[in-house]
Design a protein around this ligand. Structure first.
Ligand code: GSH
Length: 211
């Protein structure tokens, strides 16, 4: 399997987590001319990272990829067996992609001090804070967000929560995680597969924010 991704792409990190937890043998490739290039769009029409490729078959969109990986490599399972819990896990994945991550991504434009609008940063921080309080009210850590072992619902927040904390700190608006999420993040980040999967992304993110 070819995994089209870059070190700094947080959605790529979300999929890399599943690849590592499931022990999938994959070859990672960064788009040679960048993800905006005609060459990459010829392969991945959405022009987004990540994507996976098996032979001529290509799939983009991190959630579609993670659901495919769950069915293609069912062990270890990353969705609960119980139908309602399974639906709840999918809800958390959508909540992450549609309502939480985009607010964090909106902060990227404010990382450089010269381009920063403090009022916009403050408004985004408040939005993120409200979304995190919602997330905290829906999870039942046991010890992962909904399950005893790491699941698909953990993957987005495992990338986005540290990213939000780091970007907001750089923008001068530190974020305090709700205690239930802070404890989950500390526990889950120490999982060996998580450490291995996120090492590349962590280093690239630190380099970006330090620069
Ligand atoms: N909904 C997409 C979002 C992916 C995404 O936004 N990826 C970023 C890199 S982290 C990207 O490719 N941005 C380029 C663009 O949107 O043009 C997914 O889940 O895969």
């Amino acid at each position: 399997m070819i995994f089209h991704a870059t070190a700094l792409s947080s959605y790529s990190a979300k999929v890399r987590l599943v690849l590592c937890v499931k022990g999938v043998d994959f070859e990672e490739r960064a788009p040679a001319q960048g993800y905006r290039s005609a060459e990459y769009r010829a392969l991945v029409p959405m022009g987004t990272l990540p994507a996976i490729q098996e032979g001529d078959w290509v799939l983009s969109e991190s959630e579609a990829i993670n659901e495919y990986l769950e069915e293609r490599y069912p062990t270890p399972p990353m969705l609960p067996q119980d139908l309602q819990l399974r639906a709840q896990a999918r809800f958390l994945c959508r909540f992450h992609d549609l309502y939480l991550e985009p607010r964090v991504r909106a902060l990227f434009a404010h990382v450089k001090p010269a381009q920063r609008n403090p009022q916009t940063v403050l408004a985004l921080r408040d939005d993120i804070d409200a979304r995190l309080r919602q997330l905290a009210s829906w999870v039942q850590p046991q010890p992962f967000l909904l399950t005893p072992t790491i699941g698909l619902a953990d993957c987005g927040p495992l990338v986005t929560l540290p990213l939000a904390s780091q970007v907001l700190a750089v923008c001068g608006q530190p974020l305090t995680l709700p205690p239930v999420l802070g404890e989950w993040l500390q526990m889950a980040s120490a999982h060996p597969d998580v450490e291995r999967a996120l090492a590349l992304w962590r280093a690239a993110t630190q380099t970006w924010l330090a620069s």
